[in-house]
Design a protein around this ligand. Structure first.
Ligand code: AMP
Ligand code: MG
Length: 267
């Protein structure tokens, strides 16, 4: 597989990674779209087997800055996949009841069952991101959460869940354009949230929080992929190819029948 994500070396910050990179495609959006379409056909086939077999579970986490493209990526990558085996869980501002519990309490019930793919649209990572940048809890509280999160994901992995985590990487200028589009295009007005403007002012704090979260919690059993996401066609290709590659490795197969189909006759 073409390598289509970025890695955060210890001495780099997210700002050093080019959000408009298109490695392997050299700006050729048609070629990337065709490749994505071919991979989607394969994903649909793999997911059918995965669901029928019911042996493994797959958790796919999406995190990004506001306008980073989580919804669009999910829509495009998974369109056509059999809804029987797939579900999306969205994590927004916690309710009073959720806040009265530990921060993983609302997350764990959404973990995928065997045979299921669950997509997290935001996740428990908000509890070390927005919580940190907005100072919702003091540093000692969020800092020890990296260890909890590693443990939580380790447990899920040990019990049979494959975990893939995507950070969709846009830059500040791309966010400005996308926020402006939400004001300019009537079909996008509904997505505009004044709260996003407040969060934009905290851009540098978010980049530091993301970098730490990625470094602290990327493990072989739950890797982070930093996907250049300024170009939507490249982002879709990169996410699709990483998911398809992970599913190929699981090599799902239809279960063998426990009867001989040739011996059954209908009258
Ligand atoms: P959206 O994804 O546009 O629906 O926005 C959801 C909002 O919920 C974002 O502003 C998130 O930062 C916020 N959010 C998600 N999880 C948490 C959390 N654990 N604590 C505080 N805010 C959160
Ligand atoms: Mg929003």
């Amino acid at each position: 597989m073409k390598k289509c994500w970025l890695e955060l070396a210890d001495d780099l910050s997210l700002e050093d990674l080019p959000a408009d990179a298109t490695p392997g495609f050299d700006g050729d959006s048609d070629a990337a779209r065709e490749a994505t379409d071919r991979l989607r056909d394969e994903l649909i086939d793999l997911q059918d087997r995965f669901h029928a077999q019911g042996r493994d579970a797959l958790l796919i986490v999406f995190q990004a800055m506001d306008t980073g493209g989580k919804d669009g990526t999910i829509r495009r990558v998974f369109s056509g996949v059999n809804p029987a085996g797939i579900r999306m869980a969205r994590f927004g501002r916690p309710s009073a009841n959720e806040l009265a519990h530990d921060y993983l309490w609302r997350v764990h019930p959404h973990a995928p069952a065997r045979g299921q793919i669950v997509i997290f649209n935001r996740s428990h990572y908000e509890d070390v991101l927005v919580v940190r940048t907005n100072k919702l809890f003091p540093e000692p509280v969020w800092r020890r959460r990296y260890e909890h999160i590693r443990g939580f994901e380790r447990m899920l992995a040990d019990e049979g869940t494959t975990i893939l985590k995507f950070y969709l990487h846009i830059d500040r200028d791309e966010q400005r354009k996308r926020l402006q589009a939400r004001l300019d295009e009537p079909d996008k007005n509904w997505k505009f949230d004044a709260h996003d403007l407040e969060q934009r002012k905290l851009w540098d704090d978010y980049m530091a929080a993301y970098a730490d979260a990625i470094r602290e919690t990327s493990r072989p059993f739950a890797p982070w992929y930093i996907v250049p996401a300024n170009r939507k066609w490249y982002r879709d290709y990169a996410v699709m190819s990483i998911i398809v590659d992970a599913m190929r490795r699981l090599d799902p197969r239809y279960p063998e029948p426990d009867y001989d189909p040739k011996k059954i006759r209908f009258k």
